[in-house]
Design a protein around this ligand. Structure first.
Ligand SMILES: [Zn+2]
Ligand SMILES: [Zn+2]
Length: 916
């Protein structure tokens, strides 16, 4: 009676993924327990933008922590991986404003209220795209706890943090330089500024030194801003200006006198090495001005016109007209030294293409110093660790040079700043509840600040606000601090540092123990993937083509700590083939075990005997083993309940892989874990063990049947965090499978299974098989032709071992027979080789046409000789070695070495053939 096929003939990922993806959610397998008596493991998902659509960077950033959380869940932890999305102010603005633009509208035309309504509607409609893609990726997130940075609870928390920090004096209002479009009369965020190369002029202007005949010359592309200069800066070590340190300079065209200051940030090779400092009209100068306490003189207003402070001559002029007028005056008065062509990038408004003007305005700031101090300390003490550790240095560099954080944004979508202004008395009110009247003068014409908070303000609170803070919730008690944060290096400062600062400030605890920094996903030429370059690989397309498991496994296998990933579709196809391999091997196993055939569910592998096993024996033993070994094969003759060598070997290997995999995952070495399970499954389990188990199965060996089942069960558990769908599907076909692999026990190290003797013996057999296979390939013996193997033992060869396992060797090396003999009989044509202590002889019957093979090898050898000569000749040429780039020389040298190796090998084959 043929065994019933339990899995489809070939693996089709789509239906399997749909089925289990739904099952896991329906059964609430990812929902965390609170309160819980179990040890917890918790993470917060880095919230993707509501405007987001899954790209490869996401896929990596979400797959790796999913591997960890699935592993921890299987280890028995009460795991929480909390999902959610970020409101993403600017990204949403871009989407909505584009929609408005298509209707000929602007956000100013529709007004704040209507704009927000449109934005919420849009969010309701499209904000779930990224979350459905996360489900497709198999992320084991607790959707019952999903959050959004603008939902009620989180918004309340944001307001509390703002009010509390303000009360403590850690939030203040100050003048700040922002990007401003004089045409749209609006402030632009950095990403709304388009930079275009511009052919301009660099003007050299001479400033006279006060009480001296000397002067100092500076270079600028925007001469009109000189009217707002408040200092000249030079590098402290620049010998050209040593004598001018602290000097005073007369600012041409004005009545003002300004100082010469020194600063390390001045570039020695720009212009003359001395730079004008205009704090009110240039971002670099603004920072420099803050540092040195320089005054800010505003000479251009919000509409791009010159102000009173620019002087009576220039007042009211457009900034570009003023430029010409300033240059004329400088020329007339002999201050313009020279002008030269200069190409540089100029920022333009993304909407109207007007050249943007840096503009000083009132903004809100977080005073960062006191917060940063604590955030540095917890990393220094190791309470928070970066993986890889080298990111710690980057973190310190940022944190030691941190500036106050400008948190106001001139946008509408986001958390509106809870500050009100009283037009009657100028009072500023910051409060938890919207004020009805001014507490100072009783005025009721209060106006709320128009701006919203920087998106990073709310996401900086993410690890604890998502758990219910400021309420003292059971979730907060149970899951905070979280254990792991997985993210990209580009937001260590924007996000990670702020979560640490704000977490410590408001909960008194670190927000997470480990920060895992992902590499960048690049293409095979190590170029960054980008849509505009056309070299990006779409994860959703890959899922469609190869299945989610293949995508996940590929990313894990490439995730080497501290390195970027080189991704290609071929890698994905390779992992898809791996899925097929697992599927086919599992089908074989399932067809060879009967329903009561083996224990699963994490129990010890019991060598079994009994009624169920007996029945199975009858069935499989019905087919005679197609073998013709010359040596005895004990496995078939004995009572079939003793584990074979192969059984003991695979258990020993499995024990090692379990230990290694747990260790790799403890260290977040995903590539290493993936590599281990891949090679174990493909090479050892599929290619060796299954082949070795065949004769024993045919003979009805119940121990082999139990080991095979147990090994498959354990392997599926090991692989589940990486490839959750296919493993779940197969596992359910195993006898005694539980509800789901999601909550099944992860294999624990089993020292009792380790068996050094079995591994050594197995190696001896593998060596022989591999040597035969190599001889077969090298001599072009067709795979279907069987050959006869003769073995001659040298010192240390285990004859008994080979005799006992002859059947395995016969099937693995495709032999017609195997004989152990003291001497090879004379006069036989043999292909010879060595495998450990065994001398190998393959008896050639009609396997190959020696004449033809000889001709082929002679031709090949001649070709190789010529190539070797050519390469050696080039390297012998001093001219080539001296002149060619080093890489080329190295390449040639490596090539020569390879050619020589090939030539020697071919020579050896040829002599082998000639000896026949
Ligand atoms: Zn504009
Ligand atoms: Zn008032």
């Amino acid at each position: 009676m043929p065994a019933k096929p339990v899995l489809d003939k070939s693996y089709d990922p789509k239906p399997v993924e749909d089925k289990w993806g739904k099952f896991w959610l329906d059964e609430k397998l990812f929902v965390a327990e609170a309160p819980s008596g179990r040890k917890k493991f918790s993470m917060a998902l880095p919230p993707p933008n509501v405007t987001g659509s899954l790209h490869m960077g996401h896929a990596l950033c979400f797959t790796l922590p999913d591997i960890i959380v699935r592993w921890k869940r299987m280890q028995g932890f009460n795991t929480l991986w909390l999902p959610g999305t970020d409101h993403a102010s600017i990204a949403v603005h871009n989407v909505i404003e584009k929609m408005l633009d298509e209707k000929g509208l602007t956000r100013e035309k529709v007004g704040r209220e209507e704009f927000l309504k449109i934005a919420w509607d849009w969010k309701a409609k499209y904000g779930g795209i990224i979350t459905s893609q996360l489900k497709k990726l198999g992320c084991s997130l607790d959707w019952s706890r999903e959050r959004f940075t603008m939902d009620k609870g989180l918004s309340g928390a944001v307001r509390k943090v703002f009010v509390d920090l303000h009360k403590e004096g850690l939030i203040y209002r100050g003048y700040y330089l922002v990007n401003h479009c004089p045409h749209c009369m609006t402030v632009l965020s950095d990403i709304e500024v388009e930079h275009k190369d511009h052919q301009a002029k660099l003007y050299y202007i001479k400033y006279p030194i006060a009480d001296s005949k000397d002067s100092i010359t500076v270079a600028t592309t925007r001469p009109e801003t000189m009217l707002g200069d408040t200092a000249i800066a030079v590098h402290p070590d620049d010998p050209r200006f040593k004598k001018l340190h602290g000097a005073r300079v007369l600012l041409p065209l004005t009545e003002r006198v300004i100082p010469v200051i020194t600063d390390e940030t001045v570039e020695l090779d720009f212009g003359t090495g001395a730079v004008k400092v205009t704090p009110a009209h240039d971002p670099t100068d603004f920072a420099l001005g803050k540092k040195h306490g320089l005054p800010q003189v505003i000479v251009i207003d919000g509409s791009g016109k010159m102000t009173d402070a620019a002087g009576a001559v220039f007042k009211g002029l457009d900034r570009f007209d003023a430029r010409e007028r300033v240059l004329d005056r400088l020329r007339e008065q002999g201050y313009l030294v020279k002008e030269e062509d200069y190409e540089h990038a100029v920022g333009h408004c993304y909407r109207c293409k007007t050249v943007i003007e840096p503009h000083l305005s009132w903004q809100w700031f977080v005073k960062i110093g006191p917060l940063a101090k604590e955030a540095i300390r917890v990393v220094e003490t190791g309470e928070i660790r970066f993986i890889p550790a080298n990111w710690t240095k980057t973190y310190y560099e940022w944190m030691y040079n941190i500036h106050d954080w400008c948190i106001s944004r001139q946008l509408w979508w986001g958390h509106r700043i809870p500050a009100w202004y009283c037009p009657d008395c100028g009072e500023v009110i910051v409060a938890m509840d919207d004020p009805a009247s001014c507490p100072r003068c009783g005025g009721t014409k209060l106006k709320q600040d128009d701006d919203v908070l920087d998106t990073w303000f709310s996401s900086g609170l993410w690890p604890f606000t998502t758990l219910g803070w400021p309420e003292k919730t059971v979730d907060l008690e149970t899951f905070y601090p979280t254990d792991l944060m997985s993210t990209g290096f580009d937001i260590i400062f924007f996000w990670v540092a702020r979560m640490i600062m704000l977490g410590l400030k408001f909960t008194g605890k670190i927000p997470f123990r480990y920060v895992f920094i992902n590499g960048l996903v690049r293409d095979m030429k190590r170029r960054k993937m980008s849509k505009s370059e056309g070299n990006s690989i779409d994860p959703l397309e890959m899922i469609e083509k190869y299945g989610t498991d293949a995508l996940r496994f590929t990313l894990a296998a490439l995730a080497i700590p501290g390195m970027d990933l080189s991704l290609s579709e071929e890698r994905m196809a390779g992992c898809r083939a791996f899925a097929n391999k697992i599927w086919n091997a599992s089908r074989f196993v399932l067809m060879n075990i009967d329903e009561g055939g083996a224990a699963t569910g994490g129990g010890a592998p019991a060598p079994r005997s009994g009624t169920a096993a007996d029945k199975a024996t009858d069935e499989t033993a019905a087919a005679p083993a197609p073998r013709s070994g010359t040596a005895a094969d004990k496995a078939t003759d004995e009572t079939a309940a003793e584990p074979t060598l192969a059984d003991r070997w695979i258990r020993s290997r499995l024990a090692k892989v379990i230990a290694e995999l747990n260790e790799s995952l403890e260290g977040y070495r995903f590539f290493e874990a993936a590599d281990k399970i891949y090679h174990f499954l493909w090479d050892e389990f599929c290619d060796w063990y299954i082949e070795l188990a065949k004769p024993a199965l045919k003979a009805g060996n119940t121990a082999t049947r139990a080991t095979l089942t147990e090994a498959l069960d354990q392997t599926l558990r090991l692989l589940h965090p990486f490839m959750p769908f296919i493993t779940e599907e197969i596992w359910h076909q195993l006898p005694g499978a539980g509800k789901s692999l999601v909550t099944a026990a992860f294999p624990e190290p089993r020292p009792g299974w380790e068996d050094a003797g079995a591994e050594a013996q197995m190696k001896e057999i593998q060596d022989i098989v591999i040597t035969v296979r190599t001889l077969r390939t090298e001599n072009k013996i067709p795979p279907q032709s069987k050959v006869s193997l003769w073995l001659k033992p040298h010192d240390g060869a285990d004859t008994r071992l080979i005799e006992d396992n002859a059947a395995s060797a016969v099937s693995l090396a495709n032999l017609s027979g195997l004989s152990v003999m003291k001497e090879f009989p004379a006069g036989k044509k043999l292909l010879k080789g060595m495998a450990g202590a065994w001398e190998i002889g393959i008896l050639l019957e009609a396997a190959i046409d020696t004449g033809q093979e000889r001709q082929r090898l002679e031709k090949e050898l001649a070709k190789l000789e010529a190539e070797v000569e050519k390469a050696a000749g080039r390297l012998g040429n001093a001219d080539f070695v001296g002149r060619a780039p080093r890489e080329v020389v190295e390449e040639t040298r490596a090539k020569l070495e390879e050619l020589e190796k090939k030539r020697d090998k071919t020579k050896e084959h040829l002599s082998n053939i000639l000896a026949l």
